[in-house]
Design a protein around this ligand. Structure first.
Ligand SMILES: [Zn+2]
Length: 265
C-alpha cells in the first residue's frame, strides 16, 4: 500500500504552498499531494505540523497482491457510464417515504429499475449504476453461467416505462444489507443536521473496515452510508472468490475493488 498525503491550498498561504512544493515529490493538483515514500515526505510533514495544518491521507493505492490476499473486497463507488435508467420511474423503484431530504439516507427499493432501452454489452458484464453506486446490474447470461452458481440472487430489470417488459439481457444483483457495524474511526464523519445520522467520507485511505460480523454471503452491503450532500450509498463487499471471477473474465476492472482488513486465512 502506498498512502498519498494531501493538503488543500486554501489552508496554506501562498508562501507556505511555494515552500511545500520545493519538497521533492510534492506536486500540485487541486491542493498539494505527496507520497509517504517521497524523498522529502518527512520534511513536508513536519513543515505542515509546524504551520498547524497537518497533511492528511487523501488516497491509498494497493497492489494486486494485496487484493489477492483480501478475504473480502470493497467497492470504490462510481462506475462506467453504462445504462440509462428512467429518472421519473425512480419513484416506483424506491419507497422514498423514509428518505431524509437533507442527507439522502434510507431509500428502500420496492420495485425493479426501469431502463430506457436494452443495454448493449461488450466486456463489462457486471457493473454498478454510474449514479447509484450500491446497485449492480449484470448481463443475464453471464450472471446465469457464473454468478448464480455462487448463490448470488437476481431480480428482474424492466425496459420501457409506459409499457414495460422484462429485460432479456440484464438482471439486477440482489445485495443484502448487513446490520452489523464497521469501525469507521479513521474516516471523516458528516452528521446530518436534519435527521442527526452520520455519513462517512467516501475516501479509501487504508485497508477498509469490514462489518463486525461478516456474513457468509458472496456479496453484501454495509450498514453505514458514505458520501456528502444529498448523495448516500452503502459500501458493497464481495468475496475473494467473486473478485477472482470478475478479474479472470476481465468483466470489471480489478482495481474497482479495494482490499479490506479481513485477510485470507
Ligand atoms: Zn439526514
Amino acid at each position: 500500500m502506498e498512502k498519498l498525503f494531501y493538503i488543500s491550498s486554501s489552508s496554506l498561504t501562498d508562501e507556505q504552498s511555494s515552500t511545500l512544493l520545493t519538497c521533492e515529490g510534492a506536486y500540485s493538483q487541486c491542493g498539494i499531494w505527496i507520497s509517504e515514500y517521497a524523498k522529502d515526505f518527512e520534511k513536508a510533514y513536519q513543515l505542515t505540523e509546524e504551520w498547524g495544518v497537518s497533511l492528511k491521507v487523501g488516497h491509498a493505492y494497493f497492489s494486486k497482491k494485496e487484493r489477492e490476499k483480501s478475504a473480502v473486497l470493497v467497492s470504490r463507488g462510481g462506475g462506467p457510464k453504462t445504462v440509462k435508467h428512467d429518472w421519473d420511474s425512480l419513484n416506483r423503484t424506491y419507497d422514498f417515504s423514509r428518505l431524509c431530504p437533507k442527507c439522502g439516507m434510507d431509500k428502500i427499493q420496492i420495485d425493479p429499475f426501469y431502463l430506457c432501452s436494452e443495454p448493449k454489452y461488450n466486456k463489462v458484464k457486471v457493473y454498478p449504476l454510474d449514479d447509484i453506486y450500491d446497485v449492480f446490474f449484470a448481463e443475464k447470461e453471464w450472471y446465469r453461467q457464473y454468478l448464480a452458481p455462487l448463490g448470488i440472487e437476481s431480480r428482474p430489470v424492466m425496459i420501457g416505462v409506459k409499457t414495460p417488459r422484462v429485460s432479456q439481457t440484464t438482471v439486477q444483483l440482489v445485495i443484502h444489507d448487513v446490520e452489523s457495524e464497521m469501525n469507521m474511526t479513521p474516516y471523516e464523519k458528516y452528521e446530518c443536521n436534519a435527521c442527526g445520522r452520520i455519513k462517512y467520507s467516501p475516501k479509501i485511505i487504508d485497508f477498509y473496515p469490514v462489518p463486525e460480523v461478516v456474513p457468509e454471503l458472496p456479496i453484501f452491503r454495509s450498514k453505514e452510508y458514505v458520501l456528502t450532500g444529498l448523495l448516500a450509498y452503502r459500501r458493497v463487499f464481495i468475496t475473494q472468490q467473486v473478485w477472482q471471477l470478475l478479474v479472470s473474465h476481465k468483466v470489471l476492472k480489478g482495481w474497482y475493488w479495494e482490499p479490506t482488513i479481513l485477510r485470507m486465512p
